[in-house]
Design a protein around this ligand. Sequence first.
Ligand SMILES: *[C@@H]1O[C@H](CO)[C@@H](O)[C@H](O)[C@H]1NC(C)=O
Ligand SMILES: *[C@@H]1O[C@H](CO)[C@@H](O)[C@H](O)[C@H]1NC(C)=O
Ligand SMILES: *[C@@H]1O[C@H](CO)[C@@H](O)[C@H](O)[C@H]1NC(C)=O
Ligand SMILES: *[C@@H]1O[C@H](CO)[C@@H](O)[C@H](O)[C@H]1NC(C)=O
Ligand SMILES: *[C@@H]1O[C@H](CO)[C@@H](O)[C@H](O)[C@H]1NC(C)=O
Ligand SMILES: *[C@@H]1O[C@H](CO)[C@@H](O)[C@H](O)[C@H]1NC(C)=O
Ligand SMILES: *[C@@H]1O[C@H](CO)[C@@H](O)[C@H](O)[C@H]1NC(C)=O
Ligand SMILES: *[C@@H]1O[C@H](CO)[C@@H](O)[C@H](O)[C@H]1NC(C)=O
Length: 509
Amino acid sequence: MILPIFLAATALFPSTYASASVGQSACLALQDSLHLENTTILNVTYIPAATTVSTPASCQSTAQVSTALLCRVYFVINTTSTSAVHAEAWLPDTWFGRFLGLGNGGLGGCIDYANLDYGTSLHFAAVASDNGHDGNDGHQFLNNPEIINDFAFRALHVEVVIGKQIVQRYYGAAAAKSYYLGCSTGGRQGTQAALKFPDDFDGIVAGSPATDFNHLTIAQAGNIIFFGRCKLTASLSSGALWAIVSEEVLRQCDALDGLVDGIITEPDECDFRAEAVQCTQGNTTNCITPTQVETVKNVFSPIFGLHGELVYPRYSPGAEGDPGSQGSGGVLGGPFFSIAQDWGQFAILNVTSHDFSKFSLKAVDFWDSINPGGIATFDGDLSAFRNRGGKFLTYHGRRDPIISSTNSKRVYDLISHTLSIPLLDDFYRLFLIPGMGHCSGGLGPTSFGQSDGLNLVNDSAHNILLAMVDWVEGGIAPATIIGSDANATRTHCRYPMRSVFNGTVFVCE
Ligand SMILES: *[C@@H]1O[C@H](CO)[C@@H](O)[C@H](O)[C@H]1NC(C)=O
Ligand SMILES: *[C@@H]1O[C@H](CO)[C@@H](O)[C@H](O)[C@H]1NC(C)=O
Ligand SMILES: *[C@@H]1O[C@H](CO)[C@@H](O)[C@H](O)[C@H]1NC(C)=O
Ligand SMILES: *[C@@H]1O[C@H](CO)[C@@H](O)[C@H](O)[C@H]1NC(C)=O
Ligand SMILES: *[C@@H]1O[C@H](CO)[C@@H](O)[C@H](O)[C@H]1NC(C)=O
Ligand SMILES: *[C@@H]1O[C@H](CO)[C@@H](O)[C@H](O)[C@H]1NC(C)=O
Ligand SMILES: *[C@@H]1O[C@H](CO)[C@@H](O)[C@H](O)[C@H]1NC(C)=O
Ligand SMILES: *[C@@H]1O[C@H](CO)[C@@H](O)[C@H](O)[C@H]1NC(C)=O
């Protein structure tokens, strides 16, 4: 069934498609009839009812939900003689004529099954890949520059090129419009696509992007242990000490936005004085040492390189309160951050293990000089994407403990300088989300359809993917995006507008 498009808040009517027969037999026939460049069809199955499906790759849990009735095509694309991208196309019986490419996270390596389900539940034909290697770490980068190239720019592109052909074969019509959804590494992939392959997508939703990737990983690595930024390392890696800092951060900065609710709306305005919790003679409880004070001040300061250049913006005060900042996956938790460790040893240094205890700011020039696969993704020239009518939506949590949201302002300003346009509203909008952690969650109403499970209200005012559809197909750009949680909503503002409390609610000014 190929239907004209109806969405909750807006009714959009794309061109009507020739009726093709979809369903079990048409689906299974793809196994033998698809002959696509560099591609092997590994498995085709038809999913006749909502169910959980098994997944082939090692980094997936076995149970993944499929809500929609759909044709599932598992395939592999050889990108070179030493690299390949495994991918799945999920083709719903009820299709609204839209293609949806999906990204990855961290150093993954994992097909995004949750968003294959989410996209197909909204009647997109959705495609996701393993980003060129199986597993959620970087060991396969070692001495394989082509696997790095897949990760840095190519996997998503071939996913789109081959995925669109599969869609066309199955439905007997090409997708009318092409969309992208991803966060974190997925946000970087979406940005890279707009820069390198501007025709791949009409609309890109790229959240919490890991742009300026080499510098980001250096910042993540350096925050707690190295650069002389922290002299008493292990002691401050304890969550209990950060909790003391966190309480004081809120005491100093929560009220800056006019509402004491645990959310610092504009952390860039929080000029935190860590000295306020420094231990004094006779009082060594609920306080931190002078050395730890120095560390906290460093974490909340930008990183500058050996030539005085900005390497990466500071972490936002408030982000230390997000649970994601601690533990082995957190940049404030103590151990050398695993993504930085894997990127450094497997992609930059090409060794199986490396002792990073001497890590220093010298890494900045060295990592820049290698920039494996052109991973940096820090280029303001989106002119080709803009000129062909592409639309870009990005968002970033102000309490993100993994990637500072200040970097997304920096990227906006870079594009603005590069293209010489003061406001990017006509094709690029950045929504800053107070209280949100990395990609989702955190404090307050931070669900706006950015991923599976976060679509609490099904319309383009509350769902950033549907907002993108409205923009691309209806010419209606989202002025704001409304976040929800179980109890409340909040209007989130696009940069450079500010979120201002008017005594009752937050409004954008
Ligand atoms: C892809 O590469 C594998 C391994 O080198 C090879 O066996 C296979 O035939 C290739 N497939 C295509 C479609 O080129
Ligand atoms: C193809 O998928 C079916 C259903 O999930 C499964 O039983 C079968 O093992 C798969 N075959 C291959 C070759 O992966
Ligand atoms: C197929 O692989 C060759 C090199 O192995 C490459 O030049 C070509 O672009 C690939 N085609 C697609 C669609 O990826
Ligand atoms: C949104 O709409 C889709 C398609 O009609 C439906 O499958 C899904 O359950 C809806 N989600 C919510 C949260 O209402
Ligand atoms: C590591 O290998 C990559 C190619 O994969 C190369 O560009 C880089 O220069 C190598 N690094 C070192 C330190 O030799
Ligand atoms: C000790 O110092 C901490 C941090 O400044 C403060 O919160 C606490 O009230 C002080 N305790 C006493 C007994 O003064
Ligand atoms: C909603 O409110 C209830 C009752 O006050 C509270 O227990 C719950 O944690 C709140 N949920 C969210 C997501 O804030
Ligand atoms: C605050 O904004 C809301 C929504 O725009 C509006 O209804 C309300 O009147 C405003 N309150 C004040 C005090 O301006």
